[in-house]
Ligand binder design. Sequence first.
Ligand SMILES: NC(=O)c1ccc[n+]([C@@H]2O[C@H](COP(=O)([O-])OP(=O)(O)OC[C@H]3O[C@@H](n4cnc5c(N)ncnc54)[C@H](O)[C@@H]3O)[C@@H](O)[C@H]2O)c1
Length: 353
Amino acid sequence: MQSSSERIARIASHLHPPSSQMEETSLLGRSGCRAKGGTPGFKVAILGAAGGIGQPLAMLMKMNPLVSVLHLYDVVNTPGVTADLSHMNTGAVVRGFLGQAQLDNALTGMDLVIIPAGVPRKPGMTRDDLFNINAGIVRTLCEGVTRCCPNAIVNLISNPVNSTVPIAAEVFKKAGTYNPRRLLGVTTLDVARANTFVAEVLGLDPRNVNIPVVGGHAGVTILPLLSQATPPSSFTPEEVAYLTERIQNGGTEVVEAKAGTGSATLSMAYAAAQFADACLRGLRGDVGIVECSYVASQVTELPFFASRVRLGRGGVEELLPLGPLNEFERAGLEKAKKELTESIHKGVSFIKS
Ligand SMILES: NC(=O)c1ccc[n+]([C@@H]2O[C@H](COP(=O)([O-])OP(=O)(O)OC[C@H]3O[C@@H](n4cnc5c(N)ncnc54)[C@H](O)[C@@H]3O)[C@@H](O)[C@H]2O)c1
């Protein structure tokens, strides 16, 4: 039988992080966690969990009944975030991991790895300006995935997604662990924005609207297919122009409103949690789960492309065809493909050169 003092010490161990945040021998780890009461479910890691997206995303995943274990990894602040979330009386057991020396422990045995680590855009920056910093971060984290959970589903959020997904693919190829069905770039926020803005124009409840958004996740590569709206709807040319422009620049709208303090975090966390939940329901074997995602693709001649995909036990089970496009969308597709080609090339050469 454990003495009560031992029990209290164990329960409170997450409240005593190391004195230096960057110290890489943190007390946080498997032995110091509260591992009681875990429900059956999936093991999920969030890398970049202390950030603007990471924190609300961690909270939403702690609330997800499909999650039994939630690992929070970052290079700063995970002790506080972990202690805070660990007080929520939901089923998932939450454990914190701080600094690169704990990356492998954070990743071992995970079913799903969600990556929002990196720097966000500031006003005037494009997503490609972030490339050099975030490319290196994504490479390091994906190398961890190849060592510790090569069969996990990876949801990549770090921008520029159009390039970071090809980077991750190259890292996995190098390690011999690449499974294109398990690497998914998160573009759900583009769909959330499209549904919201279209619902505003049509005067509908956004929960009842669904707009496929294909292509990629930056500027003109974001291609909403308004002609395939659910419910079927017609738009004037002015509405099409307004909606397409607003959906493509939704990220910039938030960056400018936040005036130097970051990019979309709360809506992004919401969208990432929705997408992660869809992936977990797929892993569980639920049928008929279709989401838009930026993945290895044969839908166009490009090696990566965002389109509607059917999710299942293996990750991406099927790439759904683009469907009929109108003239405006066909022109948009050509512009998107041109920019995507360059972003994909940039990502691949970052690892190959
Ligand atoms: N896919 C999308 O739709 C979408 C939308 C918005 C933002 N983003 C991107 O998500 C990323 C994160 O945005 P944010 O607003 O949360 O930024 P943030 O700066 O608030 O948080 C990023 C976190 O990553 C951590 N980090 C940095 N280097 C790391 C490393 N090597 N290992 C682990 N963690 C590390 C930081 O410590 C920080 O806590 C950015 O690249 C941003 O552009 C993507």
